[in-house]
Design a protein around this ligand. Structure first.
Ligand code: NCD
Length: 317
């Protein structure tokens, strides 16, 4: 693997390799001495053109635990036009000698542009490009599902037959897209629930079931995993639903809906959460909620990705 740009082109074998490597990394994080020498002498740049809390610090922690040098580049607010600024920045990173670049950018396709541009030789990890993909989020979500549903015996396993219902602002969500492709590769059944206005164009060509009613989806699918998405107001330039109360009533995961879940079902959210809108505090803080496990697992999964991309000699391909 040279870059990690999306999950749509990730094979089941590569996905399982990342998840199993993340299990190894997680085991090292139980030790008192968490730091491994694996990426000593390598430079990793966190190139963030968009706000982020958990993804940026998670990548930073992951790189540091592998002993890489981390350079944080918060490029938000640059006045240069996007194409130019990306090229200029990339050339600067090349001059510095970056081995890995973790990029978050508001434009869909920015990460693959960087990877295929010839501007840099570094391995590129997509940390979220516009409304397109966020592959490490999907990988940490799959890792969390595997652990919760298969327990200690999760190594080598996919998510065959697992029913996952993804709810909310699908249209603006790179998390939903990355999860969808990865979950399908791992054998899960995916359903999407949203008002018509928050479903993307072309969604009916995707290999998923679609519901407008959350209660119907919960009844019919009897999900093992409920994944809530944040309402992404920063990407909305019009009204997509009547008001917040109406949204919460129809599509919010509240205490009543929490009661309807099967015994083994879990509730996920990538964060940041809008409590009281897409998820109630009762659901977010319940024992079924994996919100903080997702954050903790994110470090192991990102360690695995950095290790697989950046350790050893770089080869073309
Ligand atoms: C997600 C993102 O930025 O796409 N958050 C994250 O990575 N933790 C989801 C979101 O912002 O809603």
């Amino acid at each position: 693997m040279r870059h990690l740009l999306d999950t749509r082109t990730l094979s089941r074998d590569d996905a399982l390799l990342i998840l199993d490597t993340a299990e190894d990394m997680a085991a090292t994080q139980q030790r008192e001495m968490k730091k491994l020498p694996t990426l000593r002498g390598k430079s990793v740049v966190n190139l963030f053109f968009e706000d982020s809390t958990r993804t940026r610090i998670s990548f930073e922690a992951a790189a540091k635990r592998l002993s890489a040098d981390v350079i944080n580049f918060s490029a938000k607010g640059s006045s240069v036009s996007k194409g130019e600024s990306l090229k200029d920045t990339a050339q600067t990173l090349q001059a510095i000698g970056a081995d890995g670049v973790i990029i978050r950018h508001p434009a869909s396709g920015a990460a693959s542009r960087l990877a295929s541009s010839g501007w840099i030789e570094a391995g590129v990890l997509n940390a979220g490009d516009g409304m397109h993909e966020h592959p490490t989020q999907a990988l940490l979500d799959a890792f969390t599902m595997r652990r919760r549903l298969h327990g200690a015996a999760s190594r080598g396993k996919g998510l065959d037959g697992v029913s996952v219902v993804i709810i909310g602002d699908i249209a603006h969500s790179r998390v939903a897209r990355s999860n969808l492709w990865l979950l399908i590769a791992l054998g899960a059944q995916v359903s999407l629930v949203a008002p018509e206005t928050l479903l993307p164009f072309g969604v009916r060509d995707w290999p998923v079931s679609i519901y407008h009613s959350l209660d119907e989806a919960l009844r019919v699918e009897n999900p093992d995993v409920v994944m809530m998405l944040r309402i992404q107001t920063e990407r909305m330039h019009a009204a997509f639903f009547p008001n917040e109360r109406e949204y919460a009533r129809n599509w919010g995961f509240d205490d009543r809906r929490l009661q309807t879940l099967s015994e083994r079902a879990i509730v996920m959210h990538p964060g940041p959460m809008n409590r009281g809108l897409e998820i109630s505090s009762g659901a977010a803080d319940s024992p079924r909620s994996t919100v903080l496990e997702q954050v903790a697992n994110g470090v192991s999964v990102r360690m695995a990705c950095l290790y697989l991309l950046l350790s050893g000699e770089r080869t073309e391909g």
